[in-house]
Ligand binder design. Structure first.
Ligand SMILES: Cc1ncc(C[n+]2csc(CCOP(=O)(O)OP(=O)(O)O)c2C)c(N)n1
Length: 620
């Protein structure tokens, strides 16, 4: 095995160039086998094998720096820097992260997870290098999908006037998670196909020349062709800005890649190397189904079929179905995603109502302000977005939606712990960052029917409103509790006295479990589904405070600025006679791992909550 010869960074340089193709095949085989067991980002990694090898051959790590945009494609980099053993525990609790982590290796120069940051970070490192008189090569690797994010352009704009070396590699596989979208994608595609395009045109000349209108028509086409040529000369867009463009280069030809990287290293300015790759390269199921193998669950290597059968609908499926119904009922409803039509469940809506569906690329900030514009224009925009990615658009939510009190609906998926993607992807801040914004309203459903009821409520609400729901299976318990959603009102589930559990969204299920155990202990207990996080149900809380000695708030969100804090402030301000226990995520980043394990670790699982209730009961 050639891979056996690679134990640490730079060991790849001992491999005979004749064996590069064999090494790439071994790496692919390794990745497919390992990811088929653990799950992980397969397609992007298979596409970046030769590119990563070439970078490691042309650079000297860890002195030189590679910044991986998003970071989901860094598996080969991990493999070439002595982390082969880590793949058995990839994305598992306590195991190797699926993204670059500075604390994991000196060869990981920058932590990533959210897209479009690599050029900014790389440029910062370039400036630091120069100011400190150091001599190292700095390379940012960004995908064509990530190049749809605004930050990338802000950084390119700054990098353009650089008079020192900075290498940007554009890893262009013509795909984001799904098909890439927009003008830049089209531009890159023009470069990809420019030669073929001109050849076809040339063919057309000769055919026309032989007709009776031949010459004038050909002259006209020539003029058009010249201007077209301007458009399709590779990289003019970057060159005009002042960034040297090299490419396009075959991203699966290691020798060519090394040559072009070495050429780029000699330049005294910012250089962009346009590398053409194939997502899923070398593994047919991933080549044929790039979206499915972007982030894969464990699968059968022979067939590519997922090992675990999906038994129940998840919240995304429920949202998807509701959107189909709402879309049919009301043609003012429009849907927006930032490059996640599959992940957010909007795919079906996009097929049914293509004119009312907008995939704006990885551009959450634009998505939100665009939605504000749609609302001003008289439509009912639904922005479907993951909790952690909406963090990007805080100012747009505040400045463009909420100040003007526009009826934009935020359907926030992956709210709460997401598990294996770790600290960059946990959706544990949305209640805090949204609660702080005047005019914003926030709901969280306890089960799948309530998600549907809340969406219906939201589309007729007429002001900014968010509903947040977690990753994974939609809860189908508590089916009997389906009182109509009423503004700012919680829902009483079981009513007694002494201990009141007041739970938000996903925590209602945990609340049921805690309730059952407390009942077994012979205690009196109340369970309330909060439903609204903003505004909180002040009247309901006031009543609970007078009939209970302990009020336990439960949420899958950080404590700071969350639901519990709001309830506590209200109780303090009004001198309510009740002790409050806040169950929330502590003030720290939560790493990757199984969600149940993580909940235990941070103390929001049933056992931890019971323990804390017992502790407090000893005091009251
Ligand atoms: C801000 C943000 N929004 C959404 C995502 C989800 N996401 C992860 S990878 C990806 C597509 C990236 O495409 P590209 O950069 O072309 O890389 P590829 O996977 O094709 O190699 C998206 C949308 C993200 N990581 N960050």
């Amino acid at each position: 095995m050639l891979l056996d010869q690679i134990q640490k960074a730079n060991d790849i340089k001992n491999i005979n160039p004749r064996d590069y193709a064999a090494l790439a095949a071994e790496i692919r085989d390794f990745l497919v086998r390992k990811i088929s067991v653990t799950g992980g980002h397969l397609g992007s990694n298979l596409g970046a094998v030769e590119l990563t090898m070439a970078l490691h051959l042309a650079l000297n790590l860890p002195e030189d720096k590679i910044i991986w945009d998003v970071g989901h494609q860094s598996y080969t980099h991990k493999l070439l820097t002595g982390r082969r053993e880590g793949f058995d525990m990839l994305k598992k609790y306590g195991g190797m992260s699926g993204f670059p982590k500075r604390k994991e290796s000196p060869c990981d120069s920058f932590d990533t997870g959210h897209s479009s940051t690599s050029i900014s970070a790389g440029l910062g490192m370039v400036k630091a290098r120069d100011l400190r008189g150091e001599n190292r090569t700095i390379v940012s690797v960004i995908g064509d999908g990530s190049l749809t994010g605004g930050m990338a352009y802000e950084a390119l704009n700054n990098a353009a006037r650089l008079e020192t070396n900075f290498i940007i590699i554009l890893n262009d596989n013509n795909m984001s998670i799904s098909e890439n979208v927009g003008g830049v994608s089209k531009y890159l595609n023009n470069i990809r196909t420019s030669n073929a395009y001109l050849d076809v045109k040339d063919g057309i000349y000769y055919a026309i020349r032989n007709t009776k209108y031949g010459d004038p028509v050909v002259a006209g086409i020539r003029r058009a062709k010249n201007s077209l040529k301007q458009l399709v000369i590779p990289g003019m867009y970057f060159e005009d800005m002042g960034i040297t463009y090299l490419g396009p280069v075959d991203g699966h030809d290691t020798a060519s890649l090394i040559r072009v990287i070495n050429e780029a290293k000699r330049r005294k300015n910012a250089v962009i190397i346009h590398v053409l790759t194939k997502k899923g390269k070398g593994y047919a199921p991933a080549e044929n189904h790039p979206a499915r193998f972007h982030g894969a669950e464990p699968f059968d290597v022979q067939t590519g079929v997922p090992l675990k059968k999906k038994m129940k609908a998840n919240y995304t499926d429920v949202f998807s179905t509701v959107m189909m119904k709402l879309g049919q009922r009301d043609e003012k409803i429009v849907a927006i995603t930032a490059a996640m039509p599959d992940g957010t469940g909007l795919k079906r809506f996009s097929h049914a109502y293509p004119d009312r569906f907008f995939d704006v690329g990885i551009a959450e900030q634009h998505a939100v302000t665009f939605a504000a514009g749609l609302a001003v224009g008289g439509l009912k925009p639904v922005v479907a977005v993951y909790s952690s990615f909406l963090q990007r658009a805080y100012d747009q939510v505040l400045h463009d939606v909420c100040i003007q009190n526009l009826p934009v609906i935020f359907a926030i998926d992956r709210a709460g712990l997401v598990g294996s993607d770790g600290e960059t992807h946990q959706g544990i801040f949305d209640l805090s960052y949204l609660s702080s914004i005047p005019n914003m309203h926030i709901m969280a459903p306890k089960n799948k029917w309530e998600l549907s009821d809340m969406m219906k409520f939201a589309v007729s609400f007429g002001a900014p409103i968010a509903l947040r729901y977690p990753r994974g299976e939609a809860y189908d318990g508590l089916a009997a509790f389906r009182a109509p959603v009423a503004y700012g009102r919680s829902e009483m589930i079981y009513e007694e006295k002494d201990i009141a559990l007041l739970a938000v969204g996903s925590m209602v299920k945990t609340g049921e479990e805690v309730y059952a155990d407390l009942k077994k202990e012979g205690r009196f207990c109340t369970l309330v589904n909060a439903r609204f996080v903003k505004p909180i149900d002040e009247e309901g809380i006031r009543k609970l405070a007078h009939t209970h000695k302990l009020l336990v708030t439960m949420e899958e969100n950080v404590e700071s600025g969350g639901f519990g804090e709001r309830v506590r402030t209200f109780a303090d301000d009004n001198g309510l006679p009740v002790r409050i226990l806040t169950i929330a995520v502590p003030d720290e980043y939560v790493e990757h791992g199984n969600v149940d394990l993580l909940k235990q670790e941070i103390g929001i699982d049933k056992e931890s909550i019971l323990k804390r209730i017992h502790e407090v009961l000893g005091e009251v």
